[in-house]
Design a protein around this ligand. Structure first.
Ligand SMILES: *[C@@H]1O[C@H](CO)[C@@H](O)[C@H](O)[C@H]1NC(C)=O
Length: 347
């Protein structure tokens, strides 16, 4: 502004054309009243130019100082924001890891719960199948036992009958056939053919001996069948006991599985709560990080703008001072030329 006033003043003094002088200017220098006044006026212009230049330089120093202070503060702020952003980011990373860990645990627990459910279902089916199998085995056992007992009854009857015959030492062929046909029903249990096959051959002579031999064999069969029945019963008891043990173990497992299932289900519910919390924390961290980033960016933008403005104004002041220096030189020249001109004219 001051420069503009100065320039306006100077254009009044100078002529538009290079080698002509403004008449008022010549007037001012040449009037009788005023050589001293003229010199004062010239001095005043030079002083004004000097003042303008000094004022500009002073402005420049002040601007430098102000900008340095501003820059120091702003760079400090940026460093602080960068540090805060780094911390926020670390906290975001850490909390994201926590969230992932919770997710992993949820997946593991869900897998376990699915396995547990499947296992219990398959145990239930096993228990059902077992009950069926046991039922079948039991009824087979009962059938077998009945067959053996019937066979035993027949053999005991044969035995009793034979003992009567033994006293007579006489055995009819029809009688052996009757025994045979009765025992034929139990061919899978009693090998009666061996017992009765000799009867036909030897019944004429040595009849008593044959009968007593047969009695011995029949008694042998009886004790064999009794042995079978005993074994069968023992086997049945063992297998029934095994079944009971097996079933009890399975039922125990079912109870333990259910307990574990319930406790892991509770854990899963607490994990869901943890997850919700962790998600909240992560999204908070994310927001805070975003805000810090934005503030940092805004501060940096403002700094860049300020710096550009500062550099531009500094440049402008420099250019202005160059102009003032040129004008001062020019002014000295013109004054010298005017004085020379007036001297030649003999004023
Ligand atoms: C946060 O840190 C991670 C790695 O630690 C990096 O990849 C990411 O760029 C950082 N983000 C910010 C906004 O600093």
């Amino acid at each position: 502004m001051r420069l503009l006033i100065g320039l306006a003043f100077i254009t009044i003094i100078f002529c538009q054309q290079q080698h002509k002088f403004n008449p008022e200017f010549l007037n001012l220098i040449s009037t009788g009243t005023g050589l001293g006044t003229a010199r004062d006026a010239i001095q005043a212009v030079l002083q004004l130019l000097e003042d303008l230049k000094n004022a500009n330089e002073e402005l420049d120093r002040k601007a430098d100082k102000a900008f340095q202070e501003y820059e120091g503060g702003v760079l400090n702020d940026c460093a602080a924001f960068t540090g805060i952003m780094k911390e926020n980011n670390e906290s975001l990373q850490k909390n994201s890891e926590d969230l992932e860990a919770v997710d992993d645990k949820i997946a593991q627990t869900t897998d376990y719960l699915n396995w547990n459910e499947k296992r219990r279902k398959s145990n239930d089916m096993k228990l059902e199948d077992l009950a069926e199998q046991r039922c079948e085995a039991n009824s087979l056992f009962i059938d077998a036992l009945r067959d053996y007992r019937e066979a035993l009854n027949v053999l005991e009857w044969v035995n009793g009958d034979l003992q009567l015959k033994e006293q007579n030492a006489f055995l009819q062929k029809e009688e052996t056939q009757e025994y045979t046909s009765k025992l034929a029903l139990y061919t899978n249990m009693v090998d009666h053919k061996e017992v009765f096959s000799q009867v036909e051959v030897s019944q004429e002579d040595q009849a008593a001996q044959v009968v007593s031999e047969i009695v011995g064999k029949v008694q042998g069969l009886i004790s064999k069948i009794q042995e079978h029945i005993k074994t069968l019963e023992e086997q049945e008891i063992t297998s029934a006991n095994d079944f009971v043990d097996y079933r009890r173990n399975l039922l125990n497992e079912q109870v333990l599985l259910k307990q574990e299932y319930d406790s892991r289900l509770k854990f899963l519910n607490s994990l869901e709560d943890d997850k919700e919390l962790a998600q909240d924390v992560v999204s908070q961290c994310d927001k805070i990080l975003g805000n810090t980033q934005r503030i940092l960016q805004q501060t940096q933008n403002a700094y860049n703008q300020q710096k550009a403005k500062y550099v531009m104004e500094k440049q402008k002041r420099h250019e202005e001072n160059q102009i003032i220096i040129e004008i001062t030189m020019l002014y000295h020249q013109k004054v010298a030329q005017a004085e020379e001109f007036l001297q030649k004219k003999g004023v």
